[in-house]
Design a protein around this ligand. Structure first.
Ligand code: GLN
Length: 199
């Protein structure tokens, strides 16, 4: 039997516990990442929802930004949800001037794109590769304004991409960890198998 995948959950701020639980339920060895040394030995990383401005600030103060950027540039798989999507995108609109992203998925993302008065909403998404719809919870969600040619759009709301993948990087504008449905975490973990087969 193959050893379990060791997946870090970036735990500087935001919705981390439900991700850890979902990954553990799928048989992964889920560990929280707060310090550079926590990156050692992880196979992939989940960047959770929260406030991208705060997480960006804490990436600097924790010393995580540089080693994490190096791992991502080397091809480490990552799944960014909501604020995590913002942190992985190449371009951020309506961001704070001092917030920075890793730029590993070719997306222009607008913060709080679905309107302030509509802070949260839910939608049943048709997701490419899944048979039944996925019930998605959006909370002050970012919106994709444009996606580069290398980006696969896996689900949309009103014609706007909300679940995307480019190589080893997967992002959702919503919070897949807030329902009992493990299929998107499973899709993320399955991408590791694909990678191993292709190498
Ligand atoms: N609006 C938040 C941000 O810009 C994201 C919200 C979320 O992660 N639920 O970072």
């Amino acid at each position: 039997m193959q050893p379990a995948l060791r997946i870090g959950v970036l735990a500087l701020q935001g919705a981390t516990a439900a991700h850890t639980e979902a990954l553990s339920r799928l048989g992964a060895d889920a560990v929280t990442v707060k310090l550079p040394s926590d990156l050692e030995g992880i196979d992939g990383l989940v960047l959770p929802g929260g406030e991208s401005t705060t997480i960006s600030f804490l990436l600097d103060s924790s010393g995580l930004r540089e080693p994490l950027a190096t791992r991502l540039a080397a091809g480490m798989p990552a799944f960014g949800t909501c604020a995590g999507m913002i942190l992985l995108a190449t371009d951020v609109l309506d961001g704070r001037p001092d917030q920075q992203s890793f730029g590993v998925i070719d997306l222009a993302v607008r913060r709080n794109a679905f309107g302030r008065q509509l802070d949260s909403f839910e939608a049943d998404l048709a997701v490419r590769g899944l048979e039944a719809p996925f019930h998605a919870v959006f909370i002050r969600a970012p919106g994709v304004e444009s996606a580069g040619p290398g980006v696969e759009v896996l689900a949309e709301v009103d014609g706007r991409p909300v679940l995307c993948r480019q190589g080893a990087i997967m992002v959702s504008a919503f919070h897949p960890e807030l329902t009992d449905d493990l299929r998107l975490h499973e899709m993320f973990l399955d991408s590791f198998d694909r990678r191993e087969v292709s190498t």
